[in-house]
Design a protein around this ligand. Structure first.
Ligand code: ATP
Length: 350
């Protein structure tokens, strides 16, 4: 018997629409595997919660997370809702830092050739790993005098964070096509030369894994010209932030891009997209990224039941998406969020 407690944080905008569809899919998985059980407990977070009670990530909610096996998060943020000093609220980034979720996994995969804007029909299947606790994002804790003549943000790279990040990349590559590409800017930034030195050091422990290093500007070009050559890509926080949106664009957009933020103790599973205010409330949000994030949660949870559940859910998504008619408007289809979610849940049951 495998029983898991999942903290569910639907958040704002399309977050709750897509979260509902992922819970539908997970319930179908639990129904298919009698020894697998989930308890879902919902918590209010995000800009809506800030408007109600003054904090987008209440401390009493944060304090509950150690009682859960995993966190499933929709999306947080609403246009115009900011801290009194005008700063944007970024509770999802706070979560990564506070729970030490250093390994941001962003799988990028085509499920049908129609989904890519590229002319080539070659399948795309790689994972971008984004370091999620430091890098250039570490500068967000600083401040700038908006009336002065200059402002500076620093990139923070530590040995501790880099070593564990690279081990995650190499271990993942061993389960895939055994290739890791480091993305950096080692030719210009000293912090990135340091990052590359540590990468080369860790690579020696994985002689069976092929390695290469690309400067981030070249990586942007290669992603568009020959994305099928990548297997596992690993990079610092900001480069990963930018390249993961580019990568999502290669396979149909943000609605097709799941993610997992993993630490050694905690993990948060959420789609790569935000709250999509332009389509919120219309019932047309693409639930695929969120459902695939739920499948990644099953891959990560311990035990054979969860692993089998992950396989079933990945297979169900692939089966449904093999028919290009099964698409929401963002990927050129006409389906509604809940209809696509129903199809995937049905495929799980089948
Ligand atoms: P954030 O800053 O939180 O990332 P954003 O508005 O910059 O938010 P998204 O919310 O990811 O970015 O939206 C970017 C674009 O992608 C929008 O046009 C949005 O409608 C579209 N989009 C994002 N996610 C989905 C989805 N699941 N289904 C359909 N369209 C989506």
């Amino acid at each position: 018997m495998s029983s898991f407690k999942i903290a569910v944080l639907p958040g704002d905008g399309i977050g709750s629409d897509v979260t509902n569809e992922s819970l539908k899919a997970l319930s179908a998985v639990a129904a298919a595997i009698p020894t697998l059980h989930f308890q879902f407990d919902e918590f209010s977070v995000g800009a809506g919660e800030f408007l109600k009670r003054g904090n987008p990530l209440p401390e009493e909610t944060f304090g509950q997370f150690p009682n859960y096996d995993a966190i499933l998060l929709g999306a947080m943020g609403l246009p115009g809702v900011r801290w009194p000093d005008g700063k944007e609220m970024t509770p999802q980034i706070d979560l990564r830092e506070r729970l030490d979720l250093y390994c941001g996994l962003r799988p990028i995969k085509t499920y049908h050739p129609n989904d890519t804007p590229l002319k080539s029909q070659r399948p795309i299947d790689f994972v971008l790993i984004r370091e999620s606790t430091e890098g250039l994002f570490a500068a967000r804790h600083g401040s700038a005098d908006l009336n002065s003549d200059s402002a500076t943000d620093s990139m923070r790279i530590t040995r501790h964070a880099s070593v564990r990040l690279f081990h995650s990349a190499f271990k993942l590559a061993r389960t895939r096509r055994k290739k890791v590409t480091l993305i950096d800017k080692a030719n210009v930034l000293p912090s990135m030369a340091y990052f590359r030195t540590i990468f080369n050091e860790i690579a020696k422990e994985y002689p069976d894994v092929e390695t290469e290093a690309n400067y981030v500007d070249a990586a942007a070009l290669f992603l568009v010209r020959r994305p099928w050559d990548f297997d596992v890509m690993v990079t610092e926080n900001m480069f990963g932030d930018i390249l993961s949106d580019l990568a999502a664009g290669l396979v149909g957009g943000m609605g097709m891009a799941p993610s997992a933020d993993l630490g050694d103790k905690y993990a948060v599973f959420q789609p790569s997209h935000g709250t999509a205010p332009d389509i919120a409330g219309k019932g047309i949000a693409n639930p695929v990224a969120m459902i695939l994030s739920a499948a990644m949660m099953l891959d990560w949870l311990p035990g054979d039941d969860a692993k089998r559940g992950g396989q079933i859910l990945h297979r169900a998504v692939a089966e449904v998406l093999a028919d290009p008619a099964n698409r929401t408007p963002d990927v050129g289809g006409t389906m509604k969020t809940h209809d696509l979610g129903d199809k995937i849940a049905q495929a799980v049951r089948a």
